[in-house]
Design a protein around this ligand. Structure first.
Ligand SMILES: CC(C)(COP(=O)(O)OP(=O)(O)OC[C@H]1O[C@@H](n2cnc3c(N)ncnc32)[C@H](O)[C@@H]1OP(=O)(O)O)[C@@H](O)C(=O)NCCC(=O)NCCS
Length: 172
């Protein structure tokens, strides 16, 4: 692995902002471009939302960001993964390495420092080939198609839905 994952800190705000601003063309067709979102995300961390940064081990740069959102415990133990990679690390395989670590952390029991989830979802717009390739590379199963599922870039967008349960995860 060439990357590590960790939770974001207030000292990441500027580096994250620069990473997003460098990546506007890469992100904007698929996700909102939010260079100033990190302080808000830091405030919202809790039982329902956990954010991870993927950090390059060699130069310490921010490779990407992954939100584990809509976390519901009890009988569901489910979370939704959302992710962005940033220039210049996109397309180098580093984001895949980071997300493998995020998935692993999600399935590790809480007693062992993980999130203790049982099921993870990924939803991607049908034409978002890179995100769909990522979901498949991580081992997620295609579960279905949901019309007008998420409001992104001023419109309700259809999404392909993928999921993975702990039983299917071989571990790192
Ligand atoms: C979706 C997204 C996160 C995928 O991230 P990424 O930067 O492409 O991730 P990776 O670099 O790990 O992807 C691996 C790709 O790098 C290639 N690669 C290059 N060098 C590699 C290496 N040394 N090891 C492994 N893979 C390598 C792989 O072949 C693969 O290419 P392919 O998809 O053409 O087969 C990214 O494209 C993105 O941020 N898109 C915009 C926002 C977005 O769509 N978010 C998701 C919304 S649902």
């Amino acid at each position: 692995m060439r990357v590590s994952i960790r939770e974001p800190r207030p000292s990441d705000v500027e580096a994250h902002r620069s990473a997003v601003l460098r990546s506007v063309e890469h992100l904007s067709p698929w996700n909102p471009v939010e260079p100033d979102v990190l302080p808000d995300l830091l405030r919202r961390q809790g039982a329902g939302l956990r954010t991870f940064l993927v950090i390059d081990d060699e130069d310490g740069g921010i490779v990407g960001k992954c939100n584990v959102a809509n976390i519901v415990m009890a009988r569901f133990r489910n979370g939704a993964l959302g992710y962005d990679s940033y220039v210049p690390y996109n397309g180098t395989g580093r984001m895949t390495e980071g997300l493998l670590q995020v998935v692993d952390r999600c399935f590790i029991p809480e007693a062992d420092g993980g999130l203790g989830l049982h099921r993870l979802e990924i939803s991607a717009q049908p034409d978002n080939e890179r995100s769909i390739a990522m979901a498949k590379r991580l081992g997620f199963r295609h579960e279905g198609f949901s019309p007008r599922m998420l409001f992104i870039n001023d419109a309700w967008r259809d999404h392909e839905r993928f999921a993975l349960t702990a039983e299917e995860w071989p571990g790192l």
